[in-house]
Design a protein around this ligand. Sequence first.
Ligand code: 13P
Length: 287
Amino acid sequence: MLVSATEMLKKAKEGHYAVGQFNINNLEWTKSILQTAQELNSPVILGVSEGAGKYMTGFNTVAAMVKAMDQDLGITVPVALHLDHGTYDGCYKCIKAGFTSIMFDGSHYAIEENIEKTKELVAVAHAMGMSIEAEVGSIGGEEDGVVGMGECADPAECKQIADLGVDMLAAGIGNIHGKYPANWAGLSFETLDAIQQKTGVMPLVLHGGTGIPEDMIKKAISLGVAKINVNTECQLSFQEATRKYIEAGKDLEGKGFDPRKLLAPGCEAIKATVKTKMELFGSVGKA
Ligand code: 13P
């Protein structure tokens, strides 16, 4: 069931668990994530970066595929189709394409411009029944060409953006996209605590979910994080399983070259990763 992320995140914040956002790249990714959410009776958010949207030939294709797949698979759990780290133009494209949720990442603008653009997009998204995520303070690392320095957000600025009526707020707290370096300082819970004190019931978003230790994930949820984004970890699981299949020469046996066979171990690996995350985030059975 395609819905905005508003209700599922409100419930998650109240119930002290988090809904996973899993980024999609193609049909196999989408199918694996949707089937796992349904099996575990968990709400889920499908994240689409602008790069992945382009790869899949455009946001219209993505929206049509997700809607049709949701229907054909008989998915009854709440599913939000969400633009990840959207630009101003990208947000309008996804609004037109029929996404149910957008993220406007105005974190690289001065706070005044971030506020102005976010405010405009909140009004448009809400008029369309969509949810909207905003960002303050940048997430470190690189995702699809979006590079961030990883500075911690200013809690006062978080409050300014939260007050615009966004449905969820991403705030940099030392988190990084991609693998964490060995010398990573960890999440700044002091910053997270200060942000939650200022923003109250606002569901907070933790980007860079790949590789964050379990205890940190649990602590972040206890301090108001209600949405956690995972991208790289599904890519690594898929890659590892596919590599094993080919290195074992399975693609050379019988019809092992058939894409439905060749991609199957990778899909199973994505499902296993999504399941582990949903269990850790506490969203199982919460649909
Ligand atoms: P990872 O790739 O580190 O899991 O981050 C995902 C993310 O934050 C998407 O916005």
